[in-house]
Design a protein around this ligand. Structure first.
Ligand SMILES: *Cc1c(COP(=O)(O)O)cnc(C)c1O
Length: 463
């Protein structure tokens, strides 16, 4: 299996290089050259398989001959052994023919664990084989950082440096990062805001000498390895509900479009999905795009679902490439327009291609509160604000002939204040995090200056 860039001007790579590289050299995103097909019979056989068995069946189609089957099997099993539910991603029936897919049973209580636990092991595996080391750098406003730190802690050949804005993350989020004391984990509390953290990380990637010296690698949601690991739970949920004999719709709380693009990938591979519903909060660039064909960036509005507070949605480029019939020249034209004028228009034909697979709706802050409250009053079920966006949109777009699955992307205890405001109930942390507030913390407070961060990393990385 080979990987090509959406912008058509980067080397064609195998699985290992595509995953270690993250972004393509031409600024594009890597995609498999063709979509592997899973037959209807094989999908039917998933009904009796465990999550890890299904995950192995899916992922092995994409690794080709670059990772030996027995080694991949061990990686997948180890990745999901860190989850605190025997089904890994269980389905809960919220109301008739509407199910919630709980993706938050990983170590940091967010769906990002599903991808990150796999990615960390697979990257470490590749580096150990090649006798190389790498440095991971990332900026976080909370969720991504903790999922990455938890996944990369203690890995042999990787050091991880995560920048968070000093004093501006919630206490739960900070402690989930800073209470990890492994030698290869470095928490940097930057004297600045989240944008400053991102600017510094971009600057570090932009410094070619530094990048090469530290063997810098990224694990943000454009990394193909993350999308790949998210395809698994679409197959698992659909087969739990009777695939391939039934078509199922999904509602996906969406920010950077990684999670929902994995659903699109599952559909390309033969999973009978009806509609993929793009659920956004008030940062609704994707809803406006599906409505009008105009993709236009606007400012970021802070909401109670911060992991979906985005200005542009980076993985949407992958979908556009597909909708354009994989024409990289047309795609580059749109991306140039985005860079130069902050937006682009999609032709009528391409828009109708998008609307075949996708519908989109937003939930405003009042609707999010009402949905959290209603789910609690109706069935005693607590959901977090991100999940509430998805549930609201699922209800709004539900087709009476098909079953709907709403993806639950975070545990309610990850956003306790918003949940308490809406329902009056303070969600409890699960038992394995109960001591979070007693654990010692380790982090360094650093000036908002790229040079300072560079020196800090150079002094510490083993790469
Ligand atoms: C990251 C995240 C999302 C958005 O996922 P994308 O893949 O960026 O669309 C939604 N909910 C939660 C809780 C997240 O952490």
């Amino acid at each position: 299996m080979k990987y090509i860039s959406t912008r058509g001007d980067a080397p064609v790579l195998g699985f290992c290089d595509a995953v270690l590289g993250g972004l393509a050299d031409d600024g594009g995103l890597y995609l498999p050259q063709t979509w592997p097909q899973i037959s209807q019979d094989e999908i039917a056989s998933f009904a009796n398989k465990t999550f890890s068995e299904i995950a192995f069946a899916i992922i092995s189609r994409f690794t080709g001959d670059e990772i030996a089957p027995n080694e991949l099997k061990a990686i997948v099993e180890e990745a999901y052994s860190s989850f605190n539910h025997p089904s890994i991603t269980p389905l809960v029936e919220l109301e008739p023919s509407h199910f919630v897919l709980e993706l938050f049973h990983g170590p940091t209580l967010a769906f990002k664990d599903v991808a990150m636990q796999f990615l960390a092991l697979v990257m470490d595996h590749i580096l150990v084989k090649r006798q190389q080391r790498a440095t991971i750098i990332g900026a976080t406003s909370g969720d991504t950082g903790s999922a990455a730190i938890e996944a990369f802690r203690g890995r042999d050949n990787i050091d991880i440096f995560i920048l968070h804005p000093y004093g501006r993350t919630s206490e739960v989020q900070r402690r989930q990062m800073t209470s990890v004391l492994d030698d290869n984990v470095y928490n940097i509390a930057l004297k600045g805001n989240f944008d400053d953290c991102q600017t510094i990380v971009k600057g570090l990637f932009g410094n070619k000498k530094f990048r090469q010296r530290t063997a810098l690698s990224g694990v943000n949601s454009i990394n193909w390895g993350r999308i790949l690991a998210q395809i698994t739970y679409y197959f698992k949920a659909a087969s739990d509900l009777g695939a391939p004999n039934r078509e199922i719709d999904f509602s996906v709380p969406t920010g950077n479009f990684g999670d929902i693009f994995a659903g699109f990938a599952a559909k390309q591979m033969g999973l009978p999905i009806g509609k993929l519903n793009i659920a956004t909060n008030e940062n609704d660039i994707l809803v406006r795009t599906i409505d009008s064909g105009k993709y236009e960036a606007s400012g970021v509005k802070p909401t109670t679902s911060p992991s979906m507070d985005i200005q542009v949605s980076s993985n949407f480029e992958r979908l556009l490439f597909e909708a354009l019939g994989r024409n990289d020249e047309d795609l580059c034209r749109l991306m140039d327009s985005l860079k130069q004028s902050g937006g682009f228009s999609i032709s009528k034909d391409v828009l109708s291609v998008l609307r075949k697979d996708f519908a989109a709706l937003k939930a405003d802050e009042d609707q999010v509160v009402a949905t959290m409250k209603d789910c609690y009053l109706q069935s005693g079920y607590l959901i977090d604000p991100h999940t509430a966006v998805g549930v609201f949109v699922a209800r709004g777009l539900k087709d009476s002939d098909r079953q709907m699955v709403s993806l639950s992307t975070a545990h309610p205890a990850k956003f306790p204040d918003a949940v308490k405001n809406a329902t009056g109930v303070m969600p409890a942390l699960p038992y394995f995090l109960a001591d979070l507030f007693e654990k010692p913390e380790q982090y360094d407070i650093l000036e908002n200056e790229q040079k300072v961060i560079e020196k800090y990393i150079l002094d510490r990385t083993r790469a």
